[in-house]
Design a protein around this ligand. Structure first.
Ligand code: FAD
Length: 335
């Protein structure tokens, strides 16, 4: 690695990279814009092994799930507090087609299936039954980022500073841009084919609602404790601001109502932008015009699953010159 490493951005990407470099005993400085200024903070923090209408296991799930779980345990050891909570994720089949897809993919999905539930065993209206996935959980992203920030601040490694992307191509020392959605669609990596998507999310209070599992069907409802639940999330590709909308709120309140018959109250409504690059896969590597400038981006909707493993590969590239795998490498996007 040339000179001192600078990591720009303290979302999931930048924070996981900081831990991976720190655990290798290397020095770095972590720049960010200030507390709470990231999509990662508002994320529900869900780690779900199987997602989407087609019930596909997440890309390279076997490796990245183990790496993520191991990483969060290690970080909890260093921080002295729990940030990752194992919790069953009950996917309710939305219709008979989804149920048929599940049956058809039985062999593929069996290693990720904890139990298949009949309608009568589901906690809300679920005429097609559901499946509980194995290995799911929730990262308390806000605590993970805050506590990591304090940890690195105590070591003198964090600085609040706005990094100017206009000068990025002139950097003389290794600099990794982990700037999420702000780092796509413009700036030095504007050649990456991005498809950023805004998402809105609610926190609702539902007194009396069981808090023993995540419910998922065209969205999800995640228990946070003390009768609070996070409900999300919407997708929109036109408006890429973090402004909440009344349409988003009504969609999400309807979603909450599909998981419970109890009355609820909305206590928070926030929005953020998912950093999505083509194929919804993370991307790391050096800029073609200056190999001191690097990127770690494209965590999409699955930052909790992918950030730890991808950060490890990038740290190995930076500190040990280990080659970056082709399917993660920025080079794949260059002609
Ligand atoms: C509504 C919603 C719900 C989601 N739910 C989940 C979920 O349940 N599970 C899951 O795994 N993922 C979820 N995601 C996706 C997840 O939030 C992202 O994958 C993840 O946050 C991306 O992390 P990041 O570090 O790349 O970007 P960010 O979290 O946006 O971090 C970027 C950082 O860069 C900093 N920065 C930007 N520009 C500069 C600059 N010029 N100078 C200095 N610093 C800068 C910012 O301040 C910030 O700290 C959700 C996303 C949304 C929108």
């Amino acid at each position: 690695m040339r000179g001192q490493l600078t990591i720009v951005g303290q979302g999931l990407a930048g924070t996981c990279l900081a831990w991976r470099v720190w655990s290798r005993g290397q020095n770095f400085r972590l720049l960010h814009l200030g507390e709470g200024r990231s999509t990662s903070v508002i994320s529900a923090g869900l780690l779900t092994p199987v997602t989407g209408r087609n019930l596909n296991p997440s890309w390279r799930i076997a490796e990245f799930l183990d790496e993520a779980l191991g990483f969060y345990r290690e970080v909890e050891g260093a921080l002295g507090e729990k940030v990752f909570h194992e919790i069953p994720i009950l996917r309710l089949f939305a219709n008979s087609e989804e149920r048929q897809i599940f049956d058809r993919k039985n062999e593929l999905l069996r290693p990720l299936t904890e139990a298949v539930l009949a309608e009568k065993d589901c906690p809300c209206e679920a005429p097609y039954g559901g499946v509980i996935w194995k290995g799911g959980g929730r990262l308390d992203t806000r605590r993970f980022l805050e506590a990591s920030g304090v940890f690195f601040r105590d070591l003198g490694l964090i600085k609040t500073e706005n990094f100017d992307p206009a000068n990025a191509l002139n950097v003389k020392q290794a600099t990794v841009m982990c700037t999420g959605a702000a780092g796509l669609g413009g700036g030095p990596f504007d050649f990456l084919p991005e498809r950023r998507a805004k998402g809105e999310i609610l926190t609702v209070r539902i007194p009396g609602q069981s808090e023993d599992r995540v419910l998922s069907r065209n969205g999800w409802m995640v228990p946070l404790g003390q009768s609070l639940f996070r409900v999300g999330s919407t997708y929109s590709w036109n408006d890429l601001t973090d402004t909440v909308t009344s349409y988003g709120r009504s969609q999400l309140e309807k979603l909450a109502g599909s998981f419970t018959s109890l009355p609820f109250e909305t206590v928070e409504h926030v929005a953020g932008v998912r950093p999505i690059i083509r194929q919804s896969r993370p991307v790391i590597g050096s800029h073609p015009e200056n190999d001191n400038l690097l990127i770690f981006n494209g965590l999409g909707s699955k930052g909790v699953l992918y950030a730890p493993g991808v950060a490890d590969r990038l740290a190995a590239y930076l500190c040990e010159r280990r080659e970056i795998e082709e399917d993660l490498n920025l080079g794949a996007f260059l002609g």
